[in-house]
Design a protein around this ligand. Structure first.
Ligand code: C2E
Ligand code: CA
Ligand code: CA
Length: 744
């Protein structure tokens, strides 16, 4: 132990005896003796406990001035207080935050007592140090406890982020590395699907405790409540970090006693290192999560650093790139066809060609993934042309074998339109295969028109003149500019499937679709809705005069041979889904009182219509989704959903229905509002007059049929308009390209 005995002797300091020194050396409390000579406060003595608290060696501390400031972050007020006390030679007790020699944070309580020599002069200070790091950390955690997952007592992501922010700030004073680990316990998902809540909680708690036990001082663990933990470690090397993670894995792997059978936990780690991978808490947490998601893909119990994860991704990308380069030659590409069905006739009107890549190891890779990759690496021209060539060959084959044939739509990306040879190349493929250009439609997005309008325009004009048709794809997702529709030779608009998805529940989407259809028809364009998966969506579209649908409801994209089978079988949409159908009248009765429903059914017995009954608004909506209903007669007072509420939803989803309220109560406001909004056609009161009620229902059916007829006529007019507009465009084009007669 250091005993700067000379100095002590000089000043006549009393602690000279070895026994006394020994006593101090074995004390758990840190003791330091400072010199007061020239106010430099040099360290004259430090006992073993104080050395272990600070992490410094005797030599490093000997004679050191301002030792307490060492490594101290900006904890100015305490330092000032401490210095003032020394200057004034007064006793003081303070709590200070500083860093150990290894950079780890440490809190100590420091009590300083001035030591006066026999002349009454303060020659030394005696300092007593206690390590209060654990207590302080606990205190700091307290405010965050409210946010903690109650179960584990751990902080959440926010708490961890705060902590990481602070730890990063502190490295300005003490450069050191931090490792951020994202941890995912494999069994969590399994547990949440198969175990009762109590066992799940038990598992989460044990896991948190076991990881917690592996923590060292100044490290922090958080839990997001979903089996995912994040940990800030003070490991200063990659191998050190890996060893720590492995220790956690070992601890989790110990059997956990559960009622049925013991369970052993396994987990994967994603690691990001400060400052190598990132310098902010946000980016580090994010990178650790990215590394974790890659680790999950690899195998169980993987420990993956962000930087390695990135090279894995890079590797994947380059492998995919080179595989795609060979895909055509290796015959891995294929074209599937998805029918586009006419809503007037129910027949397949055309098909869309969709590229498929069958990778020998990775299986089928979606076009969303490889088309954009092909665009990036300059392969799209080649792949795009291969698709058109394949389509032309298929069509030529069908023609040759006298198979049923429909026009085919091919997607062409904006990047392909930058190639000024595209027009010539497509024409060459059409000529070689002998396919009529009018049998080919190109589906393009607005990006084509915005990108480089002059090159694209020339190609569009060239192909259009030859008879190729154009459809505007993904309408509604981009600028949806009407001026494009007017300036370029489109014959069809394709409503993006994102609008169709929520069509039935989202009245905004329903309104947008109606507006697009009406606008397109005004411009003489037909409308196709893609992504139609349910009968409900289909019914809405056909009632709103959409011209064609495409989607899983009718068929998924299928191989060329499956398409031929489908066409030969004459597969069509059932008449109930078409707008112009004439089927038996259907009435829906909704009342929560069963006796009223039977009374109404008795009353209408013998009528030539189909009667459906529902005991509540929601039951009514379910029936509406399954059947084509003409007239709805609903009670007003029903538990859950009132009649007016039900009919107002029915109006948005099934606008063509005629809706009547039959109520024993006259709640004027809600009813008048509903009538004014057009949700209700008639309001009738209970008890009813049999003959009158029958009359009202008959009237409602007639009204419905009139509206149906109007819709059918309007549709016919639109269809004719579209044909006319098409003919006009062709005529204009031919005229433009005919040689002008010059009169001599
Ligand atoms: P897209 O042009 O919008 O094609 C329609 C996509 O919707 C297809 O996806 C089709 O399988 C999918 N789909 C059809 N009906 C439904 C449905 O009812 N529900 C759902 N959820 N999806 C449905 P796919 O085949 O994955 O193609 C994705 C995109 O890749 C296409 O979107 C198109 O932009 C592009 N693509 C496909 N083949 C080619 C190609 O040969 N050349 C180019 N340039 N792009 C292509
Ligand atoms: Ca398309
Ligand atoms: Ca589309």
């Amino acid at each position: 132990m250091i005993r700067f005995a000379e100095s002590l002797n000089e000043t006549g300091f009393r602690i000279k005896q070895d026994v006394a020194y020994m006593a101090l050396d074995v004390s758990h409390c840190g003791v330091v003796v400072l010199s007061n000579a020239t106010e430099s406060y040099r360290v004259l003595y430090a006992n073993a406990a104080s050395l272990s608290m600070t992490g410094y060696s005797e030599v490093e501390l000997a004679g050191r001035i301002d030792w307490y400031v060492n490594g101290v972050e900006s904890y100015e007020p305490q330092q000032k207080k401490f210095r003032n006390a020394l200057t004034a030679a007064e006793p003081i007790s303070i709590e200070m935050r500083s860093y150990r020699k290894d950079g780890s944070l440490h809190w100590c309580e420091l009590g300083i007592t001035p030591f006066r020599n026999h002349e009454g002069y303060v020659s030394h200070f005696i300092g007593m140090l206690s390590d209060i790091t654990t207590r302080k950390n606990d205190e700091q955690l307290l405010p965050q406890q409210s946010r903690h997952a109650r179960l584990t007592g751990l902080t959440d992501q926010l708490g961890l982020r705060d902590y990481l922010d602070k730890a990063i700030l502190a490295t300005a004073f003490n450069p050191l590395k931090l490792t951020v680990a994202a941890i995912d316990i494999d069994q969590h998902q399994f547990a949440s699907g198969t175990m009762d809540r109590q066992s799940q909680n038990f598992l989460v708690k044990i896991a948190a405790e076991r990881i917690g036990h592996c923590l060292q001082i100044d490290e922090m663990l958080s839990h997001d409540g979903n089996g995912r933990y994040a940990l800030i470690m003070r490991a200063d090397s990659r191998s050190g970090a890996v060893a720590r993670c492995q220790a956690i894995q070992r601890s989790l792997a110990q059997a956990i006693p559960l009622a049925d059978q013991p369970i052993h936990l396994t987990c994967a780690f994603g690691l990001a290192i400060f400052p190598d991978d990132g310098r902010s808490a946000g980016s580090l947490l994010n990178y650790a999560a990215v590394a974790l998601s890659h680790a999950r893909e690899t195998s169980r119990s993987t420990i993956l650093f962000y930087i390695d994860a990135m090279s894995v991704r890079q590797h994947e990308r380059t492998t995919l790139e080179s595989a795609l380069r060979n895909a055509i030659v290796n015959g891995e590409l294929e074209v599937h066809y998805q029918p586009q069905v006419n809503l007037h006739t129910g027949q397949v009107a055309s098909v869309e060609a969709l590229a498929r890549w069958n990778h020998p190891e990775l299986g089928q890779i979606a076009p969303d993934r490889f088309i954009s990759l092909a665009e990036k690496i300059g392969l799209i021209d080649e792949i795009g042309l291969w698709v058109i060539e394949q389509v032309c060959n298929d069509m030529a084959n069908w023609q040759e074998q006298a198979l049923p044939i429909v026009p085919v739509a091919v997607n062409v990306s904006a990047v392909q339109f930058r190639n000024s040879l595209l027009g010539d190349q497509i024409m060459m493929l059409l000529n070689l295969s002998g396919v009529d250009p009018a049998m080919l439609t190109l589906e393009i997005t607005e990006a084509v028109l915005m990108d480089d309008t002059s090159t694209a325009r020339v190609t569009l004009e060239q192909l259009h003149h030859a008879g190729v048709e154009f459809a505007l794809d993904d309408f509604g997702t981009g600028y949806s500019s009407i001026s494009y529709l007017k300036r370029f030779p489109f014959t069809k608009i394709i409503i993006d499937r994102s609008f169709i998805r929520e069509l039935v529940d989202n009245s905004d989407d329903a309104a947008i679709i109606k507006a697009i259809i009406s606008m397109a028809h005004t411009l003489g364009l037909s409308v196709l809705a893609e992504g139609v998966e349910t009968e409900e969506q289909c019914r809405f579209l056909s009632h709103n005069m959409c011209d064609e649908i495409q989607g899983f409801l009718f068929s998924k994209p299928v191989t060329a041979s499956a398409l031929i089978e489908l066409l030969q079988a004459g597969t069509a949409l059932p008449p109930s889904l078409l707008a112009a159908k004439k089927i038996r009248r259907t009435l829906l009765l909704v009342d929560d009182e069963a006796n009223i429903l039977s009374a109404l059914k008795r009353l209408l017995r013998g009528s030539d219509f189909n009667i459906l009954t529902a005991g509540s608004g929601s039951e009514g909506l379910a029936l509406l989704a399954q059947h084509t209903v003409d007239v709805i007669l609903s009670d007003q007072r029903m538990p859950g959903m009132t009649g007016v509420e039900f009919l107002s939803i029915a109006k948005t989803r099934f606008p063509e229905t005629v809706r009547i309220v039959l109520s024993g109560y006259t709640e004027l406001t809600s009813v008048t509002d509903a009538v004014n909004e057009g949700d209700i056609y008639k309001f009738l009161t209970k008890p009813w007059d049999d003959a009158k009620l029958r009359g009202h229902i008959e009237e409602a059916f007639q009204r419905k049929e009139l509206a149906d007829e109007n819709r059918r006529l309007t549709r016919a007019v639109y269809a004719t308009n579209i044909e006319l507009a098409k003919a006009n465009r062709q005529l204009r084009n031919t005229q433009r390209h005919e040689p002008h007669l010059v009169q001599s």
